[in-house]
Design a protein around this ligand. Structure first.
Ligand code: GLP
Length: 251
């Protein structure tokens, strides 16, 4: 474990090892506090970690029945039945395979009539639950966390976001065509994320090496949303070697 600019860094040899290390940290949180409020993330990166959690559950060594899950974000608008919705993703990649209580799952509602109201409802529910104990994050190529895209100012609460062209293009790989990617999303805000007691960001692959370096060393700026994490009191990055290649000489 290394520390750079207030950020604890673990470097794993491969994507598989990154997933195992991240699952271990996640499960340590649950064993310390089995009713933890866990903030969860989507995207390609956490899939391996979720597989590892399922494996541990099948081995009978962990229990998710008291955990409460809040997802970071959801496309808008999108039907829950759409296999590219984050609602579908979370069930398919994790929730359907572990003993989480489905009443303890919160995901922004991509079917809400009024997205602004949905943002307020979601933020309020997180506050009512006492805030997030442990937030899992991935990172977009442009430094977004959740769906907080680079912009002029850090967003505070859960908000409705216009996706940037680069994000639409990056996420098009999951859809049949680029046109099918929703242009908006509902995302926890930067302040919502920063209020989490602990944060773990996972990242894999050479194409993210540059944004990882900017996040850790760059100025703290809303143009690189993840750079705000330098100001968090308990944040750990679990990276595979390829994603860490640009910071290795500083370790
Ligand atoms: C998506 C999600 C993020 C995720 C990011 C990276 O847009 N909203 O939460 O971290 O993209 O995704 P991937 O892990 O597929 O690179």
């Amino acid at each position: 474990m290394y520390t750079l600019n207030n950020i604890k860094i673990i470097i794993a040899d491969s994507y598989e090892q990154m997933s195992i290390d991240a699952a271990e940290i996640f499960l340590r949180q649950l064993s310390d506090k089995n009713d933890s409020i866990m903030g969860l993330a989507t995207g390609g990166t956490p899939v391996g970690m979720y597989k590892e959690l399922i494996k541990k559950y099948n081995e009978g060594t962990v229990c998710f029945s008291k955990m409460h899950a809040f997802n970071l974000d959801e496309y808008y608008p999108i039907k829950k039945t759409n296999d590219q919705s984050y609602d579908y993703f979370m069930k398919d990649n994790l929730f359907n395979h572990i003993n989480i209580n489905f009443d303890n799952i919160d995901i922004p509602n991509g079917e809400a009539d009024d997205p602004e109201k949905e943002c307020d409802r979601y933020e309020q529910k997180i506050i009512e639950k006492g805030g997030i104990d442990f937030q899992l994050l991935g990172i977009g190529l442009n430094g977004h966390i959740g769906f907080n895209e680079p912009t002029e100012a850090f967003s505070s609460k859960t908000n409705c976001v216009n996706l940037q062209e680069s994000t639409i293009k990056a996420n098009a790989r999951f859809f049949e065509t680029e046109e099918q990617v929703p242009r908006k999303a509902i995302s926890m805000g930067i302040k919502t994320i920063m209020m989490a007691k602990k944060i773990m960001l996972i990242c894999s692959g050479a194409n993210k090496a540059d944004i990882i370096k900017k996040t850790i060393f760059g100025p703290i700026t809303p143009m690189v949303p993840a750079s705000v994490l330098q100001m968090h009191r308990d944040v750990t990055f679990v990276l595979d070697r390829e994603a860490a290649v640009d910071i290795e000489s500083f370790l």
